[in-house]
Write a protein that binds this ligand. Structure first.
Ligand SMILES: [Zn+2]
Length: 360
């Protein structure tokens, strides 16, 4: 379960935990990852503060320190090095106070889909495969979006789409809640529901997601759907698909027709196991940061096992996301390590079961 995104600072940051205004300070060591701040009180449980629940600024009492306040609890961390704010800013522009914003985003390269693809391809042929990694990190969100939207457009050709207002609203509620807990909002996550019995869901670079009605029908709560979407959103946020596509670019370019290219991209979106594990773990952290009951994400594995019997030859969610005990126990461990508050979703007078059946 190696994490590549843990704090660059070896050993973490020295800080003081303050339980309430005027309370005595307890020394702690703070580390950060993509979604939040971690520390442990002496003899106490591990604490994790998602970025969506904190506000940080220079400590008014000592400008060489950073002060991180947890919203609505009165708790705070005083980090004894104000450069912590820069780390926080790079991880979550939302958490860091506006005055520290440097306007740093992804390095934008002047790259448009058409002609530049040939250039990338040319570079790829002569360079090491590591080039794909570098390219994936440098392409703009606009480029990813153009690429992903093109794939979805092809995929949806001739498909009936569901746009029942109650169903659309219920799914939007999930996306909005998850999105608000991400460290930044560079991706515009959108879901299209396809009127098809296929039990599947996928996300493409740039944030477009496709959910088949067959999958919705088999979820027993919005929390289960949230588990699927959180996993898919992390594939986008972590650029798994973009990287996979960059790696296969020469092959995709030789594909000929649009349809062949789309099949190639969809093939590239069958991610490596390490990417799947990362999407699971970060997806679960996102679920918890968004205050969604984590049991939904775990329960969906049981659902998948139940609905997919032998003889289902179609490309299903399970074929790319096997419901293994290892996945289940990893997710359960993350959920248990940082118990969190959860706020239920609501579909008003209708039950989720009713809403999930709708399609017009
Ligand atoms: Zn996945």
């Amino acid at each position: 379960m190696a994490r590549t995104d843990m704090d660059e600072r070896p050993g973490g940051w020295l800080a003081q935990y303050v339980s309430a205004p005027d309370a005595s300070r307890v020394p702690v060591t703070v580390t950060t990852d993509r979604l939040g701040i971690h520390f442990q009180l002496p003899g106490g449980p591990a604490s994790w503060w998602p970025y969506s629940t904190v506000h940080a600024e220079r400590d008014p009492e000592n400008p060489s320190h950073a002060r991180v306040e947890r919203v609505n609890t009165g708790e705070a961390l005083v980090v004894l090095d104000a450069t912590f704010l820069e780390t926080l800013e790079s991880r979550s522009p939302r958490a860091a106070d506006g005055s520290h914003r440097s306007g740093s985003g992804l390095p934008k390269v002047a790259m448009l889909v058409g002609g530049s693809i040939a250039l990338i391809g040319g570079l790829y042929f002569v360079a090491l495969p590591a080039m794909a990694e570098i390219m994936a990190n440098r392409v703009s969100v606009d480029f990813e979006r153009e690429l992903g939207d093109g794939v979805v457009e092809q995929l949806l050709e001739g498909q009936a789409v569901c746009d029942d207002p109650a169903l659309t609203r219920a799914i939007d509620d999930v996306v909005v809640r998850l999105r608000s807990a991400l460290p930044d909002d560079r991706y515009d996550f959108r879901v299209t529901i396809v009127d098809d019995t296929l039990v599947n869901a996928l996300a493409v670079p740039g944030g477009a997601m496709v959910v088949f009605r067959g999958l919705l029908r088999n979820t027993s709560s919005q929390e289960e759907l949230a588990g699927v979407l959180a996993h898919e959103m992390q594939h986008v946020q972590l650029r798994h698909g973009t990287r996979a596509i960059m790696r296969q670019l020469p092959l995709l370019m030789g594909g000929g027709s649009d349809a062949a290219a789309v099949l190639g991209v969809l093939g590239a979106l069958s991610y490596a196991r390490a990417d799947e594990e990362e999407a699971d773990e970060e997806g679960m952290r996102l679920i918890m940061a968004a205050e969604v009951d984590p049991r939904g994400m775990i329960a969906f594995f049981d659902t998948l096992e139940r609905i997919t019997g032998p003889g289902s030859s179609m490309l299903t969610y399970l074929s790319t996301h096997p419901a293994t005990d290892a996945r289940r126990s990893t997710l359960s461990a993350i959920a248990a390590a940082a118990p969190s508050v959860s706020v239920p979703f609501s579909t008003g007078d209708l039950t989720w079961r009713d809403v999930a059946q709708r399609c017009s």
